[in-house]
Structure formats: C-alpha cells, structure tokens
Design a protein around this ligand. Structure first.
Ligand code: KG4
Ligand code: ZN
Length: 296
C-alpha cells in the first residue's frame, strides 16, 4: 500500500531521527553529510525521505547527497569491514532484486546477472504465503525450514543458462505440490517443503556466484540484501567461497533495509580519495528521485 507507506515515513521519520541521535549519543554538530536514498523504491517514500533530508540540510547548513539503495546493500559490507575495497563481486538479494554485480572501483557497478522474473526475496515471500506464514515471509520460512528435511519433499532447482536467475517455475512447483497434498498436508510436510524451497533458491543463487567466480577470479566477495539474512544462504555461501576469495556478509541487521547502509554509501562515495563530485552544497540541492533506478 504505497500511500500508507509514504504516510508512515512522514509520521515516523522525525521521531526516528531523534531516537537515532539519542541512541548514538550524537547531535547535529556531529553530522558532516546527510545521505538519502534517491531510488529504487516506492516513489512516495523516496519523496518523503528526500524532502526531509533537504529540509535538514537547509536548516542545519549541511551538504546532502542522493544514494542508490542497491549500492547501499553493498556498502553495508564496508561497515562490517572498513578495510574492504573494490574490486569485488557482489550478490545482492532482496525483495525486489537478485543481482550479480562486479564492482571494479568505488561508485561503479556492472550487472552480470539478474532475475528474469521474481526476485529471491519475493519468491520467499510468495512461498511463505502459500505455506500459510505471515509477511514478510522470508524470516518465517527460514525458521520453519530449520525444522524440515529438504530430501522428503524435493523441489526442482531452477537452471537457466548463463548468470540469470528465474524463480517462478519453482514457485509453481511448490503450488502444485501443495495442491497434490491437499487437505492431507501435515505441519511436517510444510516444514519439509519450506526446507526444499529454501534449498532450491539458495543453491541456484550460489551456482551462479560460483560460475562468476570461476569465470573471472576475484579476491573479495560480498553477499548482501535482506535475503542474505537467510540461515542456509549464509552457511552455504561460506562453503562455496571458502579458499577462493574472502567473503563478507553483513550482520543480519545490516542485511535487511536500514539507514546505516545509506550513510555508508554516502560516506564512501564522498570521502577522499573517492570524492566524485560535490554533494548538495548546503542550502540548496536538487536530488532527483528515481523509483526505477538501476545500478547507475
Ligand atoms: O533488502 P530488503 O530488506 O528490502 C528490499 O530492498 O527489498 O529485503 C527484504 C526481503 C524480503 O523479501 C524478506 O522476506 C527477505 O528479504 N528476507 C529473508 C530473510 N530475511 C529477510 N529471506 C529469507 N530468509 C531470511 N532470513
Ligand atoms: Zn533493500
């Protein structure tokens, strides 16, 4: 419900800001730069964010900078490891994206693989709904999968050639399996299906990561985005990358959407030696909101 989400942003942002200052023991004098998401996302929410940032920038006389939300997921890894530097290979898996990207240097991203239909998080959310779990379903499905056995209800692993993903066939397979089981479906069946679904998504994500690493070796790999909070993905990614590159996965609270990752992206993009142009300039800025922004 985009309108409600935008209104919630407007209502909650001021208190949230106060709370953040309070918890950090900081105030506006400690702020050097205000970073705000300019896209991708819901237009109304982005406009509220940019409006608030511009208001703060003007009243505090602070520069502001517009940040790409997807960049934020990668830069979250640099909050975990400040010594982490590109070039790196990134897998960003969220509610709207399943992107494999190469980051040759700060502020540059090349998409080498993406989903052709549902994003990984979206697939988890839809599967969770079929299994009668709440929204967002990813964390609930993760929890249920821990009590299941993927081998008892195997589901196909999506396999597109190249580095692109597709999860809609897997989703349909789950739907048909549940239909076949009908009224007889048990709680254990559901847990087994959750485990099987999770395994198929995770192995598909990592198969392409593995291919990308073999195609062009890298020394740093980042797996981030909301789905990177998934228990199985975290374990299996560590196994797949082990001995070939250094893997950084942000802690759970920095995987799902958060403001710290936007601050990190604003900071790394603007601090020397990576300054790529002056941000806002204090009293006035012209941050353009772009709901369908890619990796540009
Ligand atoms: O990055 P994010 O917080 O928001 C977007 O930018 O979309 O990702 C949210 C997605 C949701 O689809 C949610 O179900 C999924 O991440 N997610 C998970 C887990 N935690 C969050 N999926 C699988 N397992 C999890 N533990
Ligand atoms: Zn996100």
């Amino acid at each position: 419900m985009p309108e409600l989400a935008a209104r919630d942003h407007l209502e909650r942002l001021p208190q949230l800001l106060e709370l953040a200052f309070e918890e950090a023991g900081k105030d506006r004098d400690d702020v050097d730069l205000i970073a705000v998401t300019r896209g991708p996302g819901l237009a109304g929410c982005l406009l509220v964010g940019v409006g608030v940032a511009e208001g703060l920038g003007a009243s505090w006389s602070k520069p502001i900078t517009g940040v790409n939300h997807l960049w934020g997921h990668i830069y979250a890894a640099m909050l975990t490891r400040p010594d982490l530097e590109p070039p790196l290979l990134g897998l960003v898996v969220s509610g709207a994206h399943s992107d494999l990207v190469r980051m040759p240097e700060h502020g540059r991203f090349e998409v080498i693989g993406r989903t052709r239909d549902d994003a990984a998080g979206e697939a988890f959310d839809k599967a969770a709904r079929m299994l009668g779990l709440g929204y967002p379903g990813g964390p609930a499905l993760d929890k249920l999968a821990r009590t299941g056995d993927a081998r008892r209800q195997p589901l196909p692993k999506p396999s597109l050639p190249g580095l692109d993903y597709s999860f809609s066939g897997l989703k349909t397979a789950l739907l048909y399996r549940l239909r076949d089981l009908g009224e007889a479906v048990t709680a254990q069946d559901k847990a087994d299906l959750a485990a099987a679904f999770e395994q198929s998504v995770v192995e598909s994500l990592l198969e392409k990561l593995d291919t990308a690493m073999s195609g062009r070796p890298v020394s740093e790999v980042v797996v981030a985005g909301g789905v990177a909070a998934n228990t199985l993905l975290r374990r299996r990614a560590a196994e797949v990358v082990a001995g070939r590159a250094r893997l950084t996965m942000p802690p759970l609270e920095l995987c799902t959407d958060n403001a710290a990752m936007i601050a990190a992206a604003g900071y790394f993009r603007n601090s020397p030696p990576h300054r790529v142009g002056r941000p806002g300039g204090g009293s006035h800025s012209s941050i353009e909101v772009d709901p369908s922004l890619g990796w540009d």
